[in-house]
Design a protein around this ligand. Structure first.
Ligand code: HEM
Length: 147
């Protein structure tokens, strides 16, 4: 089981209490589609993803970015059982959506970048370490139901 220090819990809860999902969700997800264009293949129903401008102006992309950030709430609410909390979402991404699990890390890196840009100086190395650990555990949990 993953162990969390009190300081890690405080930092992680502190970060999420300040995050504006409606702003950062679209920014993180559109960044992922632009920087790692092969991730676009799962979103053919989302409409125009032809270039960065189209992706950033795409309402389906924005809505999905918000949905993904809300997906992190699961981990936040179940920090002591993150694997269990993501079992269902992991099965969905594996069995139904057939998402290559390597992509989870790419999206989590994009989330880190937009959070770092937002927090500025407050994104200290200690903050980064706690946030990185949280996302790494979520990424691992999302990959858990792959066989
Ligand atoms: C759907 C979370 C990464 C592809 C979803 C949903 C959530 C979610 C909450 C909605 C599930 C539902 O409707 O019941 C996450 C989290 C991720 C992640 C927390 C990592 C931090 C990815 C990545 C890809 C992906 C990297 C592909 C590159 C999809 C697709 C859907 C989906 C295709 C269905 C979209 C639709 O048609 O509405 N994800 N996801 N996810 N996710 Fe992920």
């Amino acid at each position: 089981m993953v162990q969390w220090s009190e300081s890690e819990r405080t930092i992680i809860n502190g970060i999420f209490s300040h995050l504006d999902y409606d702003d950062l969700g679209p920014k993180a997800f559109s960044r992922c589609l632009i920087v790692y264009p092969w991730t676009q293949r799962y979103f053919s129903s989302f409409g125009n993803l032809h270039n960065a401008e189209a992706i950033m102006g795409n309402a389906n992309v924005a809505a999905h970015g918000i949905k993904v950030l809300h997906g992190l709430d699961l981990g936040l609410k179940h920090m002591d059982d993150i694997m269990g909390a993501y079992a269902e979402l992991s099965s969905l991404h594996s069995e139904k959506l057939h998402v290559d699990p390597d992509n989870f890390k790419l999206l989590s890196d994009c989330i880190t970048i937009v959070v770092a840009a937002k927090l500025g100086k407050a994104f200290t190395p200690e903050t980064q370490a706690a946030f990185h650990k949280f996302l790494a555990v979520v990424v691992s949990a999302l990959g858990k139901q792959y066989h």
